[in-house]
Design a protein around this ligand. Structure first.
Ligand code: CDP
Ligand code: CDP
Length: 223
């Protein structure tokens, strides 16, 4: 079956998952949040009392992990071996350690395989860091979303406030910059704009505006 693949990559908090989910709903495609998969593995390491920096021990967990999704509002629900982990994977501890876990070869190859299998059987909007470069290099549409570090930190700050989490704006900026650095400098499939991706700077743009910009790109690429 020939499926349609829309890849949305970019740095932390650029709005990838928000935009990808809205587009998937509008197009009736499957939304795949690949960041949630790496976060789920990081949480599984914590649950098993394994140090996320221990590549061998984290990699050994992989055969036992089943990550699944279900529709949900405002965010998709995520499950690890049948147990809901939607909120748990957004904790500060998971966020601080996910870049290390996602740099491991065994982790990347098993997640890439899973993501490619999903995209072979359904039309997808898939968001992450390496979708356009590695996971779906033949995607019909590739978007690279960016925004200034300050704006991305401010977006996360508002989101955290709504959840009662009180990390300062400066801490969020530092955490975002650190994660972007680690994600862009790892050896295997780093965060990088694919040569044929369209870069969209979302700084100063509302969600609705970004959706309209990306919809126009999709219409152009799939006409
Ligand atoms: O939503 P946010 O931008 O905070 O991050 P995410 O999309 O949930 O991704 C969390 C982390 O998973 C990233 O910082 C990367 O380390 C890793 N990731 C990756 O390596 N490759 C992907 N395709 C998606 C996420
Ligand atoms: O998936 P990623 O980490 O790239 O970002 P996200 O979780 O989709 O978006 C981070 C936050 O920015 C969310 O609270 C969105 O509602 C918000 N956002 C925004 O305010 N303006 C945009 N143009 C896009 C997202």
């Amino acid at each position: 079956m020939m499926t349609i693949q829309i890849a949305i990559d970019g740095p932390a908090s650029a709005g990838k998952s928000t935009i990808a989910k809205i587009l998937a709903n509008k197009l009736n495609y499957v939304y795949v949040d690949t960041g949630a998969m790496y976060r789920a593995i990081t949480l599984a390491a914590f649950n098993a009392q394994i140090d996320p920096n221990n590549e061998q021990a984290v990699s050994a967990l992989l055969p036992e992990l089943e990550i699944t999704f279900a529709p949900g509002e405002p965010v998709q629900r995520v499950y690890l071996n049948g147990q809901e982990i939607t909120d748990a994977i957004r904790s500060t501890a998971v966020t601080a350690n996910v870049s290390a876990v996602s740099s491991y070869a065994a982790v990347r190859s098993s997640m890439t395989k899973l993501q490619q299998e999903i995209a072979q059987t359904s039309n997808v909007v898939m968001d992450g860091r390496d979708i356009g470069t590695t996971v779906l290099p033949k995607a019909q549409v590739k978007i690279f979303l960016i925004a200034s570090v300050l704006e991305r930190a401010e977006r996360r700050f508002k989101e955290n406030q709504a959840k009662g989490m009180n990390t300062s704006l400066a801490e969020l900026e530092a955490a975002i910059e650190k994660r972007d650095y680690l994600d862009s400098h790892r050896e295997i499939s780093p965060l990088k704009k694919a040569d044929d991706a369209v870069e969209v700077d979302t700084t100063g743009h509302s969600i609705e505006e970004v959706v309209a910009i990306v919809e126009a790109i999709i219409a152009d690429k799939t006409k």
